[in-house]
Design a protein around this ligand. Structure first.
Ligand code: CTP
Length: 220
């Protein structure tokens, strides 16, 4: 299926959490396991596509036949993605990027001070939004939306605000599904209003479903 298109596909995928360090041993992060992004990278590589996977810190091995670039922070993830985005056909942003970082990172381990402590935060770069703003007409950009309520409305807003072709919305309020889970149930929304639902299913099957749709169906 799609043999002619697939052999020329270059795919960029972000995965996992980022860590925003307060000091050398402490950081802000989240519970993303990276499994959904790694499943997508493996599925894309099995199709013969050329895959770059930019991954935050996770416990997973690099998928076979995938160029895996390991990063720590949102800023590093952005720097790694920028040149790869310029030459990809398909960008899928799965990473649970931290939205904020500590305004200051201490060079040495912070000592306890006894009383209350305030933490000043600064926004991180929105990797997906920044790169999707540079999208060329032949490129396809797919985002993810992890939501605990009003799934469709929030996903639809992100689809428009971030200039995406597709968004994969998953409900992370249900235990055992979505973030840090084996299975996922997704709502796939296209810019042109088409919608699909899939799952609950193992993330490998969800990955195949996503790739089939973002490549096959008309977007606009
Ligand atoms: N994303 C990104 N860079 C960020 C934040 C998010 O690339 N700094 C990407 C994620 O990889 C995902 C999409 O944007 O594909 C949506 O992320 P999400 O955290 O759900 O949305 P936000 O825009 O951060 O909005 P909010 O946290 O308010 O829901």
């Amino acid at each position: 299926m799609h043999a002619g298109v697939q052999s020329f596909m270059r795919c960029l995928i972000t995965a996992g959490p980022t860590r925003e360090h307060l000091d050398p041993v402490r950081f802000l992060s989240n519970g993303s396991s990276g499994r959904m992004g790694y499943a997508l990278a493996a599925a894309a590589a099995r199709r013969g596509w050329q895959v770059d996977l930019v991954s935050g810190p996770v416990a997973l091995p690099a998928p076979e036949s995938v160029a895996t670039h390991r990063v720590i922070s949102a800023a590093e993830m952005f720097r790694a993605c920028e040149p790869l985005f310029a030459r990809c056909d398909l960008f899928i942003a799965v990473a649970a990027v931290a939205d904020y970082r500590p305004k200051f990172t201490a060079r040495e381990k912070l000592e306890k001070s006894g009383g209350d402590r305030r933490l000043e935060l600064a926004p991180t770069v929105d990797i997906l939004k920044t790169l999707a703003a540079r999208k060329r007409p032949e490129q396809t950009v797919v985002g993810f939306a992890a939501e605990t309520h009003d799934l469709e409305a929030h996903a639809q807003r992100k689809l428009e605000e971030k200039n995406l072709d597709w968004i994969v919305a998953n409900d992370v309020s249900r235990p055992g599904l979505g973030m840090d889970a084996e299975n996922n149930r997704v709502l796939l929304l296209a810019r042109n209003g088409v919608q699909f639902i899939f799952g609950p299913a193992p993330k490998a099957d969800v990955a195949e479903f996503i790739l089939d749709h973002v490549i096959a169906a008309p977007r606009r």
